[in-house]
Design a protein around this ligand. Structure first.
Ligand code: AMP
Length: 488
């Protein structure tokens, strides 16, 4: 099943705070540190003595909020959201937090992730009379909470959490408490911090804790429901059927390098990915360069391991947003041009190892190889610090169709040719797992690597049919097109 709904709520950032007089300002500051997780919309809901008020809008945080807005949003608790969406879903009604005003109470909801049974739930609930305010899958949780027959709000929330499937880090603000919940696989990151004044913060990444002066308290574990209120923080489990499978793309690309996920620093993990890539995919060359900013850590690791000089072969215009985060392919392509330039004085006449963190559609790779060649590079050896993305993801990153993924459609040799590179090599899945180095005992080093190997840690629910059809289409092609991890 594939519709508008399933395109919503991709990678986003959430931030919540409880028990501090400057809640709106801290939420703004925390969201600013999470801006890399979504740039198409932002919002804050404040709890002002039991009254919830929401301001949200399209664009970057600074497009939506000015100093006067923050002045007006006075309160002791708040939740906020930065949103990443894809074509067609850029509607104000979908910008989070989603506010709900019932006759007896108010709620606000912020969600990072993607639900895999959202359409089924919505259809069932609409058949029973539910009226949705948005086309966002996140809204399901609210309807399920309201329809639960349990007698306490805690149990209603748990009931609802047991019904939804997929990837989710949820924040729910009410008049007298803040809930935070993580899906049973912990696909999305979610951490808790403490403010010096005793207040609590729950947010997507530790970089936002640092930004607001909070100290790290704990990672939220898969299947947990946290409740923060006047009496402090209490943690319970809404399910014990859990297994950590954190999205490996968080380590590869999404998260900020200064964040730690389950105790692993993201920059250091990327450096190890680069170092293992140098071991697996060595090449004779004069220098190593990265693609600012997301692959710089991996490029450093490659350079250190290979003994080649690390150079600044490409620079990024500081004033452009991430290129993938654009609604259309044409804009994406224009975005790459506006964003990156080659440093001729560095690369002219040189054999360059160009390290990027990942390849999705291949747009960036084509551009960056050409940029270096146009600047006079003698050879460009493209090295990717992650395995080839061959399968879609349904847990909250924006790759829902195999048809979008160049590695699902071209062999390694074809891709090398498409990019105009002199050679091309990817990191292997075992090396990715080793580089991250999480040792919780869960399969695949506690990572989700389904987009590399097609082995999903959960049923796909509403997406199964679409997935089967797409895979069947790929199978029916003349010859197997999937790449190996060896270089070409
Ligand atoms: P593409 O140009 O489509 O191949 O996109 C690849 C680039 O986008 C990589 O260099 C990454 O830095 C970045 N990227 C990788 N995965 C994603 C994703 N799921 N969402 C947004 N950006 C991504």
């Amino acid at each position: 099943m594939q519709s508008e709904l399933s395109h919503l709520n991709e990678e986003c950032g959430v931030f919540g705070v409880w028990g501090t007089p400057d809640a709106a300002f801290l939420t703004y500051t925390g969201l600013f540190a999470l801006q890399h997780r979504g740039q198409e919309g932002a919002g804050i809901t404040i709890n002002d003595d039991g009254q919830l008020r929401t301001k949200r809008g399209l664009g970057l945080l600074n497009d939506v909020f000015n100093a006067a807005d923050l002045e007006q949003l006075q309160g002791q608790a708040a939740i906020g959201h930065v949103r990443y969406s894809t074509a067609g879903s850029n509607l104000l009604e979908n910008i989070q937090p989603l506010p709900f005003n019932f006759s007896d109470t108010q709620f606000a909801l912020a969600h990072n992730g993607n639900l895999t049974n959202a359409e089924t739930i919505r259809k069932n609930l609409e058949d029973r009379g539910a009226i949705y305010h948005s086309s966002s899958d996140s809204e399901n949780l609210m309807h399920l909470i309201r329809l639960s027959k349990a007698t306490t709000l805690d149990e209603q929330v748990k009931d609802a959490l047991r019904t939804i499937k997929g990837g989710f880090a949820y924040l729910l603000l009410t008049k007298d408490r803040l809930y935070a919940a993580l899906d049973p696989n912990g696909f999305r990151p979610l951490v808790v911090g403490k403010l010096p004044n005793g207040g609590f913060v729950v947010c997507s990444e530790t970089c936002a804790l640092d930004a607001v002066g909070a100290t790290f308290f704990c990672d939220v574990q898969p299947g947990q429901l946290l409740r923060i209120d006047e009496s402090g923080l209490s943690i319970s489990a809404y399910t014990t059927d859990t297994q950590l499978a954190i999205c490996s793309m968080e380590f590869i690309y999404f998260a900020r390098p200064d964040s730690d996920i389950y105790g692993v620093n993201v920059h250091s993990a990327r450096k190890r990915m680069g170092a293992l890539l140098a071991k697996e995919q060595p090449v004779e060359a004069d220098l190593v360069t990265g693609v600012p900013n997301s692959s710089l850590s991996a490029a450093m690791g490659y350079a250190q391991e290979s003994g080649l000089p690390y150079e600044m072969g490409l620079i990024k215009n500081q004033y452009s947003a991430r290129t993938f985060i654009q609604p259309t392919q044409k804009l994406r392509e224009q975005g790459v041009n506006m964003k990156l330039s080659a440093v001729k004085g560095v690369v002219a006449g040189k054999r360059v190892v160009l390290v990027d963190d990942s390849i999705v559609r291949g747009t960036t790779s084509r551009r960056i190889v050409k940029l270096l060649k146009d600047a006079g590079a003698a050879e460009v050896h493209l090295r990717i610090a992650s395995p080839a993305l061959k399968y879609p993801c349904f847990y909250g990153i924006d790759i829902q169709h195999a048809s979008e993924l160049i590695a699902a459609n071209q062999t390694l040799a074809e891709m090398r040719q498409t990019f105009g590179a002199d050679s091309l090599g990817f990191l292997s899945v075992p090396s990715l797992i080793k580089a991250v180095g999480l040792n919780t005992g869960a399969p695949n080093g506690s990572l989700c690597v389904a987009y590399f190997d097609g082995k999903y840690p959960t049923p796909l629910y509403d997406y199964q049919e679409q997935y089967d059809q797409e895979q069947e289409k790929l199978r029916r092609r003349d010859e197997p097109k999937h790449v190996t991890t060896s270089s070409y």
